[in-house]
Write a protein that binds this ligand. Sequence first.
Ligand SMILES: Cc1cc2nc3c(=O)[nH]c(=O)nc-3n(C[C@H](O)[C@H](O)[C@H](O)COP(=O)(O)OP(=O)(O)OC[C@H]3O[C@@H](n4cnc5c(N)ncnc54)[C@H](O)[C@@H]3O)c2cc1C
Length: 500
Amino acid sequence: MTNWNYTTVPQPGALNQSLEVARGFVLGGSSSINTLNWYRASNAFWDNLARITGDDGWSWNSVEEYYFKCSRLVTPQDGRSITTEANASAHGDGPVKVTVNGFVFDIDTTFEEAARNSSQFPYNLDYNSGNTLGIGWAQSSTGGGQRNSAATAYLEPALNRTNLDVLINTRVTKLLSSSMNNGTPVIDVVQLASDANGPRINVTATKEVILSAGAIGTPQILLLSGIGPKADLDALNIDVVVDSPAVGLNLTDQPATGVVYNVTSVQTFTDVQRNSTLADQFMQQWTENRTGLYVNYPGSIVGNFKLPSPFEDHSSGPGSANIGFVTVDGFFGAPQIPDTGEFISLLVPVLSPTSRGSVKLASTDPFESPLIDFGVYTTDYDINAQVEAMKIIDEVLSLPQFDGIVLGPYGDLADAKTDEQKALYAKQTVGVYDHASCSASMGPGGVVDSTLKVKGVQGLRIVDASVFPKIPESNTQAPVYVVAERAADLIKADYNSHSV
Ligand SMILES: Cc1cc2nc3c(=O)[nH]c(=O)nc-3n(C[C@H](O)[C@H](O)[C@H](O)COP(=O)(O)OP(=O)(O)OC[C@H]3O[C@@H](n4cnc5c(N)ncnc54)[C@H](O)[C@@H]3O)c2cc1C
């Protein structure tokens, strides 16, 4: 098993469905199972984070060194020049190798041409250069034609270090305090177990504990440790170490729906979806020399847009999008690919949602999944934004360059003509974008301060996607690497000044 395979509590905004929540149950965490899109969010996102936290160290200009430190742009596996597809100066020299797809379909080039000729949906050379708006080539952490994860880029090169121990198949069940400092609990003991009934083993930290269990696991561990809203802890008879009302609240993800369009006989990978012999041949090619279709991540082209008036702009600012799309050059829909026909699909997220949810404990058993609620489509804005996004996709695919290529929406989407029908389609087909964030957030009223230290205790820091006060209007792996790189500097600075 490489996935925690969580589900949400029933989501009233999504016809009471319980939605799947994927999280990596493997070294490298979710970076080892994610879809690999590489997207560091806009300059406005980081500047807004600096504003919310009152810490200029989180501004776009300040975190750029950490972005450059974590990743680098490399040539795609087909060896073509990508000077017209990405901006090299927006990339650094770190271990995560980022590239654009090394197996290009004609339809990808058609999207570029359409955008280059559109003022409404303009071409964006590189959505990782600050302004994210427009249409551009998708970047992914597939440099070298394979997955680059936190495990391959950071952990594996460090495995020989004598000061590093990695425990697998082991869970943190609780954090404990063995002492007080001026009336403040010092969190210095990590309790571990291999299974629910197995022995609990305590490990003591001499300097500090860094909690990086992600936006679901981190609040769960805090709550199990008595760090959370007092009323919730009392209800489960958990001793309150700190009454920290924001733990588990503000959980955010982006709702996303998938849309499929019929296309003429342009080249897509539907032939591979239908023909296992061809799929095996591509796999063999990939295994032999990391070329061919399987060097690609599932997407190809990315679009990021503001919603038109009278929608309010709930994003972080001018360079950030409200809604987006990622193209998939094949059939990505339910229940399975039809026997005939060519298709392209688009995944359509609301990137700046206003719905908020929570992570709460179902019980005091650390091996029981917590109650996960994203509040999907619980605000009018989010469902209306989703409907508008679907209309915007129609407009993009109506650009003249798609004449004679895109035939029209497929399946239930074709019948969803009115706003009400589109809203119903979205509610029926919605999933979360797998970007769970914000459940132990930074800033006023939040769980951690701007140096990521948990308020109300000593010796405990959080370094993962839960610390964002507002979800990045993008994918989330690159922003988490940025947080982690800055965290490393913050920790070193504290250690060097002996203030930990
Ligand atoms: C299916 C999927 C697709 C995605 N697609 C993209 C994408 O295309 N682009 C993108 O940018 N982002 C994507 N993401 C999101 C991105 O991968 C995450 O935002 C990012 O990895 C989060 O990092 P994190 O450190 O916060 O948490 P995680 O990477 O989830 O790491 C948390 C780690 O803590 C471990 N853990 C949790 N609880 C415990 C416990 N009690 N004891 C011990 N260990 C514990 C977990 O096993 C995991 O290893 C995707 C995620 C998923 C799941």
